[in-house]
Design a protein around this ligand. Structure first.
Ligand code: IMP
Ligand code: MG
Length: 181
């Protein structure tokens, strides 16, 4: 199905959809009817966010977006985080649930948690489709994690390499030849 750019499928789209549904059920149970403001982190989280969001229960679920960047065109974080798009609404007193595609070094989300905590929300929790715990440079734990994965560079289901491959319907391991040399 895929060409030589893709080493293999790591997690299929079907597996992700099923897991997103499970996670949404857990989240709905934990918040127990309390209002939630879901904050999707553009652009990588958008595909997973849709799976998760439509399975959250109740009428008290808001949605907003932020865009951050910590990458050039490479495969590891520059360590410097830029806010490209801020939230549309204030978050004071709200239960914020950040939805991200992947926790890698943890630098991006540690920065984001600090920025959001300073705005006096009622709570801030973190939900991520993927987690690469072996790559962490700062201590950070996701409250809801879809899948722990090994230290490999993945693309698809929203995740990119140099803005490409986001459209692949599965999370795939990118062939090393694509980013080496
Ligand atoms: P962190 O600050 O190192 O945790 O970087 C998190 C961000 O890096 C994510 O939001 C992704 O955009 C990107 N990232 C980290 N690992 C991968 C990967 O394997 N594939 C695609 N993007 C990744
Ligand atoms: Mg991202």
């Amino acid at each position: 199905m895929y060409g030589k750019e893709i080493e293999k499928v790591l997690i299929s789209g079907e597996q992700i959809e099923a897991r997103a549904k499970e996670m949404a059920e857990q989240i709905s149970k934990d918040y127990n009817g309390e209002p939630i403001l879901v904050v999707g982190i553009l652009r990588g989280a958008s595909i997973f966010l849709a799976d998760l969001f439509k399975n959250l229960k109740g009428y008290n679920v808001e949605l907003d977006f932020m865009s951050l960047s910590s990458y050039g065109a490479g495969t590891s974080s520059s360590g410097e985080v830029k806010m490209i798009k801020d939230l549309t609404e204030p978050i004071d007193g709200k239960n914020v649930l950040i939805v991200e595609d992947i926790i890698d070094t943890g630098i991006t989300l540690t920065y984001l948690m600090k920025v959001l905590q300073a705005r006096n929300p009622k709570s801030v929790k973190l939900c991520s489709l993927l987690d690469k715990p072996s790559r962490r440079k700062v201590e950070l734990k996701g409250d809801y994690v879809g899948f722990e994965i090994p230290d490999c560079f993945v693309v698809g289901y929203g995740l990119d390499y140099a803005e490409k491959f986001r459209n692949l319907p599965d999370v795939c391991i990118l062939a090393k030849e694509v980013y080496e040399n």
